[in-house]
Design a protein around this ligand. Structure first.
Ligand SMILES: O=C(O)CCC(=O)C(=O)O
Ligand SMILES: [Fe+2]
Length: 304
């Protein structure tokens, strides 16, 4: 499924000072089988344990496709409001316009479909490398969850208009994306070269992610935290709008089929290891998370 939405609007206070720059690990997905690939798999696992966040290079998604879909999305957001809403005001997102995008003639729709398919393939590659790094079998133990025809995958395109100049901001709150973790298995994020994304470390301190238009950023989601029995952490992140340029980001969320039962993988429990989470279906998790606020820790309801 492909959904086009604008950001979940939330007012957040302007931070007093710019946070330090995040040290984001890069993992080369094209590393050749053998020592190179084993090293990439180890780097990936270390990044998921430490930060729940990394970026991938050698990903195989054509730059022309990325640029074309980004330009088309920017064009969509530049349309008059009434046209974006398709005549039916939606508080968040452009669901009505998304419905009209389902017309086969919509070039944006076609580009989004092509992009989502390419990014899903790449996400499966990331999950295969991850399974290798974790030493779990079969090779598709994780990737099958987002490769299934029933997988709950989604593409979200966010647009953040430019921030007012600092002297015009006094006493006002800026619109961004409030702090949260992504509920799915992994998210694949790509943005134009605009700043704004921040991640929280284990100590809770925020760090700014430097933009990189050649790589894709990967977030560990809540479902992957569960599958790894907490060895990987779902990364808390937010968007602070501070740039004079508008930010357009495209995020592919890889989620399991609704009926999939999620629990720590037995191979990751170790001898006599205790399961930190009880088993639940993805559908159950989604309905419980819709009840809370964006910032809430939703996993605590499923801890043993
Ligand atoms: O727009 C971004 O860069 C991040 C948005 C985000 O975290 C999300 O859509 O879940
Ligand atoms: Fe997110």
């Amino acid at each position: 499924m492909v959904v086009l939405a604008k950001a979940e609007l939330e007012q957040i206070a302007l931070p007093a000072a710019a946070p330090p720059t995040a040290d984001v690990r890069a993992v080369d997905l094209s590393a050749a089988p053998g020592a190179g690939r084993a090293a990439a798999a180890r780097a990936l696992v270390a990044a998921c344990e430490e930060q729940g966040f990394f970026k991938v290079t050698g990903h195989g998604v054509p730059q022309e496709l990325v640029r074309a879909v980004e330009a088309a999305a920017a064009g969509f957001f530049a349309l008059p409001q009434a046209e974006k809403e398709g005549g039916a005001g939606e508080p968040v997102g452009y669901a009505a316009a998304a419905a009209s995008l389902s017309e086969p003639s919509s070039p944006l729709r076609e580009l989004l479909e092509e992009y989502a398919a390419a990014v899903r393939r790449m996400a499966c590659g990331v999950l295969e490398l991850m399974a290798e790094g974790l030493g779990i079998e079969p090779a598709d133990a994780l990737s099958r969850l987002v490769a299934d025809a029933e997988s709950d995958n989604m593409l979200r395109v966010n647009h953040y208009p430019p921030a007012p100049r600092p002297e015009q901001q006094a006493g006002r709150l800026l619109t961004g994306f409030g702090e949260h973790t992504d509920p799915q298995i992994i998210s694949v994020l790509r943005s134009n070269g605009t700043t704004g994304l921040e991640i929280a470390g284990r100590d809770g301190a925020w760090a700014a992610v430097p933009p990189d238009t050649d790589s894709f950023f990967i977030n560990v989601g809540d479902a992957l935290q569960v599958l790894t029995n907490g060895r990987f952490r779902s990364v808390k992140h937010r968007v602070v709008v501070s740039s004079e340029r508008s930010r357009v980001s495209m995020i592919f969320f890889g989620g399991p089929p609704p009926g999939e039962r999620l629990a720590p993988l037995p191979q990751l429990l170790g001898d006599g290891g205790r399961s930190r989470y009880r088993e639940f279906t993805w559908k159950e998790y989604k309905s419980s998370s819709h009840k809370g606020r964006l910032v809430d820790n939703r996993l605590c309801h499923f801890e043993n």
